[in-house]
Design a protein around this ligand. Structure first.
Ligand code: ADP
Length: 720
């Protein structure tokens, strides 16, 4: 019986296409194939096979089966689920799942091996070469260096037939975790949590838990032991740990290495393509048993995923905002459900969505109350900037500077936290008032002093800082307004010339190795004052850090969006939690112009429950997540008339649906990006509504002109 293969291609097509299976090919779902698409040959993945011929229109045949490891069924289901969830094409999650395969497979290594033939002419150098070759096959260079002879001598031995060339598969084995190594002695709270997770693993099937404990309470230790249990229970089981920032992976990798005596596989955008290929293959064949990575690791081809940990689950970096839009924490729960795995969401400040699920009993709620051992939570105090303002042109108030001086005198470390890259967020002309803007976007240019450039953080556009105002031509009239980390660093150096000051932001630390180096320098006590954006506010553990100064505690409250309060609370609680993680008590000082604000009062009182309760009540009243659902439509295009016409047509086509409210179209707050105008709709729906179904049906009702791009964002985090 002839068969038809549905092949999903990683390109913008509405669905999988059907191809005829050449007789005897024996394709299996998940295999990689090449197929014709118009005049091109493209690669794709078989998602279904059925009997048939395609009827009266004969189908084009599958051309070739590729050797790459097939995608397991769980991944295929997950791709389909993720696409439906995001109301987008399955091609995009498929492309993410294939990311590890872009690099060609590793070539076999060329090695030399003894043949047993003795060369006709023996010399002392040749003898050395043959002696070294006794150690086993190796490359010509390795052999020459081991024997201490020249490359010519080795070549002579090959020419004489004493050594033969062979090709062997490169050594791609992954070190296996040693499960016999002892665990740390856990404190009673940790033991109870590990036991609960162990029971959940033993029960099997999909389950979810919230691991809720203040920073430093030992959550990492708990999920290490949960991983140990999962790996020990089944020799094929695999564990995935998702982290919000590449900068955090190093510390977690080191903890796993210390616990299991083997480095886990690492997966994020900073991994070189050949290495990525190896990790992908090792995950697919089950050799890589522990993977630590960024959100995209969720799309890896795990064979037998038993446990997913989402650490810092509240972190908004889990939301991917560009290309395929998804929230990795939510997709992690979905993947666990598909795989029948346990998912553990860990945080000191869980998202309201997760807390609500825990309150409803959908997630098992495991609490680690206090910090491990002697470590105490830091005291948090507010500095009222209206009462003690800094000097003009300065950003650090007297109480904070005094606390820094005391800390420095004690030989302890200070972290100054400001979530703003660069030197100054705005440059304006004091002669004409012109604000320096990106030429094709609606955003101010940020001054970077290290590079002497003005940079658009939205699009990456940059220009040399001009000497005269480009608008009025006045010379030396451009002034820097407001602080970024570079400016705070300058002030710290000025105040404490003898102190060692460093900056941690994505402009000073480019990759995982740089992050590791800076974190190690800080941990070793070789920095006195670290000025950092959120890249350093999370996760890290610095024993001698006892003072955290938050330069602008009001910054993220100004965003004014749905999660502004929640985000501020989380970010500042995390930042404050960096202080006093070991024996020495810590202190956090928050500079604010609105000390009476509920979020800041809750932080000062360290009363997370009160904050959560107030925030939940507000969301419930307004029907906002987690009590209702949101989605955004962002339409953009270079031609304002076509864009307006499309938005009007879409508005007119809004389906009537109970429990759904549609707002818009409105100009987006960022109304111009890269020369494209932007408009937004916001949809609020009751929880009972099938929001994805509504969005898909709505979008299908209005034809999209060529010049317009439409993006659907389910559960938006950014409202810009
Ligand atoms: P969290 O993940 O909640 O921030 P960690 O697991 O990183 O907390 O623990 C904080 C610190 O306490 C770390 O230095 C960790 O090594 C240490 N620690 C946690 N639990 C234990 C334990 N049971 N025994 C010894 N040290 C521990």
């Amino acid at each position: 019986m002839p068969r038809i293969a549905s092949v999903l291609l990683p390109m913008p097509l509405p669905e999988a296409f059907d191809y005829a299976e050449p007789e005897g090919l024996g394709l299996v779902v998940g295999e990689h194939v090449t197929v014709p698409l118009g005049p091109r040959v493209v690669r794709g993945v078989v998602t279904a096979i059925r009997d048939g011929t395609g009827g009266n229109r004969p189908l084009k045949p599958v051309l070739e089966r590729l050797d790459d490891p097939p995608l397991p069924p769980g991944v295929l289901t997950f791709i389909d689920w993720a696409a439906k969830y995001s109301v987008d094409l399955a091609a995009w999650p498929l492309a993410m799942a294939l990311r590890g395969l872009r690099h060609p497979p590793a070539k076999p290594d060329r090695v030399l091996a003894l043949t047993g033939t003795t060369p006709a002419r023996m010399t002392p150098a040749r003898l050395k070469g043959l002696a070294a070759a006794q150690q086993g096959p190796m490359s010509a260079a390795a052999l020459a260096s081991l024997a201490g002879v020249s490359a010519g001598v080795i070549k002579g031995l090959v020419d004489e037939g004493a050594l033969a060339v062979a090709f062997v598969a490169p050594d791609t084995r992954f070190p296996q975790p040693d499960l016999t190594r002892p665990a740390q002695t856990l404190n009673p709270n940790q033991s109870a949590s590990v036991q609960a997770l162990g029971e959940m693993l033993a029960a099997g099937g999909f389950q979810a838990a919230l691991l809720d404990g203040v920073t430093g309470s030992g959550k990492t230790e708990v999920y290490l032991e949960a991983a140990a249990k999962a790996l020990a229970a089944d020799p094929d089981a695999q564990v995935l740990v998702l982290l919000p920032e590449i900068a955090l992976t190093q510390a977690v990798l080191a903890r796993f290495e210390a616990r299991f005596g083997a480095m886990p596989a690492e997966w994020h955008s900073g991994i070189a393509p050949p290495r990525r290929r190896r990790v992908w293959e090792a995950v697919a064949d089950g050799q890589a048993r522990i993977v630590v990575g960024a959100r995209s690791a969720l799309f890896l081809p795990f064979r037998k995923l038993a446990l997913i940990v989402v650490d810092e689950e509240h972190d908004s970096s889990f939301k991917q905002e560009e290309g395929f839009i998804y929230q990795a924490r939510d997709l992690a729960v979905a993947r666990a459900k598909i795989e029948g795995a346990l998912v553990v969401l860990a945080s000191a400040t869980p998202s309201l969505e997760t807390l609500w699920n825990a309150q409803q009993g959908r997630y098992r709620w495991l609490r680690l109350g206090t910090r491990h051992g002697a470590a105490q939570l830091p005291d948090i105090d507010l500095i009222d900037m209206r009462v003690t303002p800094p000097e003009p042109g300065r950003w650090l108030s007297r109480p904070l500077v005094e606390a820094m001086a005391v800390t420095l005198a004690r030989g302890e470390q200070t972290l100054l936290f400001l979530n703003r890259r660069g030197y100054a967020p705005l440059v304006l002309c004091k002669a004409c008032g012109e604000k320096m803007k990106s030429p094709d976007s609606d955003s101010w240019l940020v001054e970077h002093r290290y590079t002497g450039r003005l940079v658009c953080h939205l699009t990456g556009f940059s220009m040399k800082k001009p000497e005269a105002c480009p608008h009025c031509g006045a010379k030396d009239s451009l002034v820097s307004i407001g602080p970024g980390v570079e400016r705070v660093e300058e002030e710290a150096r000025h105040l404490f010339p003898e102190a060692r000051v460093a900056v941690f932001s994505s402009d000073t630390v480019f990759d995982a190795a740089g992050a590791r180096a800076l974190v190690e320098t800080m941990a070793a006590g070789e920095i006195d004052i670290l000025v950092a954006t959120q890249a350093a506010a999370k996760g890290h553990n610095f024993p001698n850090l006892t003072l955290v100064g938050v330069v602008d505690a009001d910054l993220s409250l100004r965003g004014g969006d749905l999660r502004a309060g929640e985000r501020t609370f989380q970010l500042l609680a995390q930042a404050a939690g960096r202080a006093g993680r070991h024996e020495k008590p810590g202190r956090a000082l928050l500079q604010t112009y609105a000390p009476e604000h509920g979020v800041l009062q809750a932080l000062k009182a360290q009363d997370r429950d009160a904050f959560v309760e107030a925030e939940m009540a507000m969301r419930q009243d307004a029907g906002l997540p987690p009590f209702g659902r949101l989605a955004a439509v962002i339409a953009s295009g270079p031609d304002p008339i076509a864009l307006d016409a499309y938005c009007q047509a879409l508005a007119a086509a809004t389906p009537n649906a109970e429990g759904v409210e549609v707002f818009g179209p409105a100009d987006a707050p960022l109304a111009l990006v890269r020369g494209r105008r932007r408009k937004r709709f916001l949809v609020r729906a009751d929880r009972s509504v099938n929001l994805q179904g509504f969005m898909a049906a709505w979008k299908a009702r209005a034809r999209v002109p060529n010049s317009v791009r439409v993006v659907i964002d389910i559960d938006p985090y950014s409202f810009l």
